[in-house]
Ligand binder design. Structure first.
Ligand SMILES: Nc1ncnc2c1ncn2[C@@H]1O[C@H](COP(=O)(O)OP(=O)(O)OP(=O)(O)O)[C@@H](O)[C@H]1O
Ligand SMILES: [Mg+2]
Length: 258
């Protein structure tokens, strides 16, 4: 991992900055002007009650949604415009990975081919290199022996670890996670959090929508609490979670711990 002393100016710059960001679906305004700024190496937990706009915010960050107002800059790419070039979009999707609640693995491909597909098609990697890298990342998530298995032959926790390895194969600079453990049986949550904890320790920039308060407490350095489309509270994870200021966050944390 790089030390602060040898980080370049570019490397220390904010990787995601948004100011007064608004997003509506028809007449429903979901994000009503949210602001924040994440640095390289940040692990950000996005928390809040169901329907408050967490997934929507995350999806704006890699342009699965187009914003309706305010500004959004991700990795130096201006996402405030209604149109961006296909080249910028391609660059964004390479540099920012996404891991979904439902894994989204390709069911007709085995694990190895799930991992090799995008590096081959999008990055133009040779079969040999793509395979070596896929095996490297499978090993990293503890699933080297499952390379020839199909998704249906894996547990939920294993599927999610494969999905994380698949994202890593694209060598992203940041990964967005949308409730990566909420579709899992409780006994499988730990193995996925363990992989994520290791990624965080290696310095990966991560934005994680999660209900796992323990993960938020132990691994995240920043927390954003959304409420009804607004940022109710944000800041240092320890401070925000141990000493919440707003009554709504206090009530939310109470509900989560009961
Ligand atoms: N594609 C869409 N079209 C119309 N409305 C949408 C769309 N996606 C989300 N919404 C609405 O936007 C609001 C926020 O949804 P979002 O998925 O961001 O919430 P969330 O905080 O992620 O909730 P949860 O914790 O249940 O996943 C909800 O009212 C939802 O119904
Ligand atoms: Mg959601």
């Amino acid at each position: 991992m790089q030390t602060p002393a040898n980080l370049t100016e570019e490397a220390t710059a904010s990787v995601i900055t948004f100011e007064n960001l608004r997003k509506s679906y028809g007449s429903l305004e979901v994000l009503k002007g949210v602001s924040g700024s994440f640095e390289r190496g940040d692990v950000v937990s996005v928390i809040g009650t169901s329907g408050c706009g967490k997934s929507t915010l995350l999806r704006c960050f890699n342009r699965l949604e187009t914003i309706n107002g305010g500004s959004l800059n991700v990795m130096g790419i201006d996402l405030s415009r209604s149109k961006i070039t296909s080249r910028s979009l391609r660059e964004l999707r390479i540099r920012v990975g996404m891991v979904f609640q439902q894994f989204n693995l390709f069911p007709h491909l085995n694990v190895l081919n799930n991992l090799m597909l995008c590096p081959r098609k999008v990055l133009g990697r040779s079969e040999h290199d793509a395979k070596q890298e896929a095996l490297f990342y499978l090993e990293k998530v503890g699933l080297a022996e499952k390379a020839s298995f199909y998704p249906e032959q894996l547990s939920g926790g294993q599927k999610q670890r494969v999905a994380i390895a698949r994202s890593l194969c694209m060598k992203p600079e940041a990964i967005l996670f949308d409730e990566p453990t909420s579709a899992l049986d409780p006994e499988l949550v730990g193995e996925v959090l363990c992989v994520m904890r290791n990624l965080a320790a290696e310095g990966m920039t991560m934005v994680v929508v999660t209900h796992e308060m323990q993960f938020a407490r132990e691994v995240a350095n920043r927390v954003i609490f959304l409420n009804k489309g607004l940022v109710e509270e944000q800041g240092n994870a320890q401070e925000v979670l141990t000493n919440p200021q707003s009554d709504r966050l206090k009530a939310f944390l109470q509900r989560m711990s009961s």
